[in-house]
Design a binder for this molecule. Structure first.
Ligand SMILES: Cc1cc2nc3c(=O)[nH]c(=O)nc-3n(C[C@H](O)[C@H](O)[C@H](O)COP(=O)(O)OP(=O)(O)OC[C@H]3O[C@@H](n4cnc5c(N)ncnc54)[C@H](O)[C@@H]3O)c2cc1C
Length: 239
C-alpha cells in the first residue's frame, strides 16, 4: 500500500499545518466554509441568494452574530488533523455539539514514544475559581522537565516490556502517561468552532489547549474573515 503514509508525514507534506507545543500540530485537512454561505443561509428566508459577498451581506453577518441567529453559521465544515498530548485531547473531546472525532487506537497499533515536555512550567497561585499561573524559577523548571522526561521513558519501557511478553496492546497501554501524544481527526461547523474558541482560546483555559484553539481559530479567520471579525466584536461569544 504505497499511498499509505504515517499521518505526521502526510500532514506536513500537505502544508496547511500550524505546529503547536513541542511536537504537536493543527492541520487543516479540508474545509467547506465561507462567509457567503452564512449570508445565504439567512437570505433563503426571503427565497434569495447572493452570488458574491457584498457589504450588505457583511452587515447581515454582523447582525446575525449580534442577535444570536446561530443556525446560518452551521452551513460549513472544517476538518482538522490534530496531534496533541492525551490530557489536551480529554479536554477537547468534551466539546460535543457539532463536533466529530476519530482517534488513533492504542488497541490496534503500538503507540510511539513521543511525550510533551513542557517549556511553560508554572506554579498555581490563589484560590479555586481565581487561580493565576506564574512561571517557576529556572532550577524548578529544569527539575520538573527532568522528572517528566524520566517518568515518560520509564513508562514507555514498561509498555514495551509487556508487549514483548505477549501482553495485548490494549492492556499494556494502561501504564502510558497523559503527556503522550496521540493523533485524531476533528471536524466541526463554524458555529461549534466559535463556541470551542470562546471557551478554549481564553485566558481561563489551560495554556496547552489554548495553544491548539489559537491555531484552529487562525483557520476560521482565514476562511471566514467577516464571521471571525463579528465573533471577536461580539465579545468572542458564539451566536
Ligand atoms: C476553563 C474550563 C474549565 C473546565 N473545567 C472542567 C472541570 O473541572 N470538570 C469537567 O468535567 N469539565 C470541565 N470543563 C468542561 C466544560 O464543563 C464543558 O464540558 C466543555 O467546555 C464543553 O462545553 P459545552 O458543553 O458548552 O460544549 P458542547 O458540548 O459543544 O455543547 C455546546 C452547547 O450545546 C448545548 N448542549 C450540549 N450538550 C447538551 C446536553 N446534554 N444538554 C443540554 N444542552 C447541551 C449547551 O448549550 C452547550 O453549551 C471545563 C471547561 C473550561 C473551558
Amino acid at each position: 500500500m504505497t499511498n499509505v503514509r504515517k499521518i505526521d508525514d502526510a500532514v506536513h507534506a500537505g502544508g496547511d499545518v500550524i505546529d503547536v507545543l513541542d511536537k504537536g500540530f493543527v492541520g487543516l485537512d479540508g474545509a467547506f466554509a465561507s462567509d457567503l454561505a452564512v449570508a445565504n443561509g439567512a437570505r433563503v428566508s426571503f427565497n434569495q441568494a447572493s452570488q458574491e459577498l457584498t457589504e450588505r451581506d457583511e452587515g447581515l453577518i454582523r447582525f446575525l452574530m449580534r442577535d444570536h441567529h446561530g443556525s446560518p453559521f452551521e452551513h460549513g465544515y472544517f476538518r482538522f488533523i490534530i496531534k496533541a498530548p492525551i490530557f489536551v485531547v480529554r479536554e477537547h473531546h468534551r466539546h460535543r455539539a457539532g463536533h466529530a472525532y476519530n482517534e488513533w487506537s492504542g488497541r490496534y497499533s503500538k503507540m510511539q514514544a513521543e511525550f510533551y515536555i513542557p517549556d511553560n512550567v508554572r506554579t498555581q497561585v490563589g484560590k479555586p475559581g481565581a487561580y493565576t499561573f506564574e512561571p517557576v524559577d529556572e532550577e524548578t523548571k529544569r527539575a520538573a522537565r527532568a522528572e517528566i522526561k524520566r517518568q515518560s521513558a520509564e513508562a514507555f519501557a514498561a509498555y514495551e516490556r509487556m508487549l514483548e511478553l505477549g501482553v495485548a496492546k490494549e492492556v499494556a497501554r494502561s501504564v502510558l502517561p497523559l503527556n503522550m501524544y496521540t493523533t485524531y481527526y476533528w471536524s466541526c461547523n463554524p458555529r461549534s468552532l466559535m463556541h470551542f474558541c470562546s471557551l478554549r482560546n481564553s485566558e481561563f483555559a489551560q495554556f496547552e489547549i489554548r495553544e491548539f484553539a489559537k491555531a484552529a481559530e487562525t483557520f476560521l479567520e482565514r476562511l471566514m474573515p467577516v464571521t471571525h471579525a463579528a465573533f471577536v466584536a461580539n465579545d468572542r461569544t458564539a451566536p
